[in-house]
Ligand binder design. Structure first.
Ligand SMILES: NC(=O)c1ccc[n+]([C@@H]2O[C@H](COP(=O)([O-])OP(=O)(O)OC[C@H]3O[C@@H](n4cnc5c(N)ncnc54)[C@H](OP(=O)(O)O)[C@@H]3O)[C@@H](O)[C@H]2O)c1
Length: 296
């Protein structure tokens, strides 16, 4: 069961990059005795001024708290830091908020299990300024007892602390799926600014128009999910042949203006392969078949 009374429970944060500092700062503001460690010790200075305890070694940091959070560059770094302290970590809860692949999450879980460490894997879905806010979403998977015992403390980092099940890879699967969406959307957005800008339209003048696309995304995601779960990709209202023609216009206009159009060319290739496979009357979501068979 979740323990609502663990405000004030000691926590340790390993890794004080931009995100680790935000996590430790949120714990300090919520009154948790917070021990911190970072390879470059100077990054702890501000946190120490706010009341954090700077550990001289990883072992010292780990033994300071029953709950240890690690947030560094990737799992290779996580492993470098944690391997030597597997003994002291035994019997404690380790929450790894570093981003990496689901395979590495599962392999970290197997390593933790082999050392008697109660392991939760997590993915932070918000940037640093949102850490500590009620709407900050952080996804967790792995040890249910660890999540339930420390849920109240984890909610200090983000009010939307969502547990996705016992498979340690689930947080990373959600993370990478959402980040794939994010980065491809970012590339499309930058391309939009570049194309509009090539005609002298200032970015701030153009930005409000992006709402026309951003605003329809939630409805599109819901409709797409319905189609995917049903397995039917109706293109009655907007078929992919029409959409491919539209994408070709963007590529032509961008190329005429000397702009790179690799992102749109990749989208056009997916659409073309879908049409070539005989699905020209289907909706855009039907490109999923081409994605599932990259060599087709
Ligand atoms: N920043 C964000 O907005 C954000 C949002 C969501 C998720 N995340 C995730 O949070 C994690 C940390 O991101 P960040 O923004 O804090 O990154 P960062 O500012 O680049 O910090 C990287 C951290 O990793 C440590 N590190 C790197 N190589 C190391 C090594 N060989 N040995 C020991 N420590 C090493 C760094 O220590 P030094 O200080 O000594 O270099 C630092 O503590 C990443 O997995 C990232 O994907 C970040």
């Amino acid at each position: 069961m979740s323990n609502p009374n663990n405000s004030g429970a000691p926590v340790t944060v390993l890794g004080l990059g931009a995100m680790g500092r935000a996590l430790a700062g949120a714990f300090l503001r919520a009154g948790h005795p917070t021990t911190v460690w970072n390879r470059t010790p100077g990054k702890a200075d501000e946190l120490v001024a706010q009341g954090a305890v700077r550990a001289g070694t990883v072992a010292e940091a780990v033994t300071a708290s029953p709950l240890v959070i690690v947030c560094v560059l990737d799992y290779a770094v996580t492993r470098t830091i944690l391997e030597p302290v597997a003994g002291p970590l035994s019997g404690r809860v380790l929450v790894n908020l570093t981003s990496d692949t689901p395979e590495r999450s599962r392999s970290a879980a197997a390593w933790a299990a082999g050392h008697g460490i109660d392991y939760l894997d997590g993915s932070i879905m918000v940037p640093t300024p949102v850490i500590g806010k009620p709407d900050a979403m952080i996804l967790y998977s792995g040890s249910r007892p660890a999540f339930e015992a420390h849920e109240a403390t984890l909610k200090v980092l983000g009010g939307r602390a969502l547990y996705l099940g016992a498979d340690h890879g689930m947080a990373a699967v959600h993370d990478l799926s959402l980040l794939g969406f994010f980065y491809s959307a970012m590339a499309g957005l930058v391309h939009a600014f570049a194309l509009a800008g090539s005609e002298g339209i200032a970015a701030q003048e153009f930005a409000p128009y992006t709402e026309a696309i951003v605003g329809i995304l939630p409805a599109i995601a819901a409709a797409m999910a319905e189609d995917l779960d049903r397995g039917t990709f109706s293109g009655d209202e907007n078929n992919i042949v029409m959409e491919a023609a539209g994408i070709a216009h963007i590529i032509e206009a961008a190329t005429d203006r000397g702009l790179d159009s690799d992102v749109l060319t990749a989208v056009k290739n997916l659409a073309d392969r879908t049409i070539a496979a005989g699905h020209g009357d289907a909706g855009f979501v039907s490109v999923i078949e081409a994605m599932r068979r990259p060599s087709a």
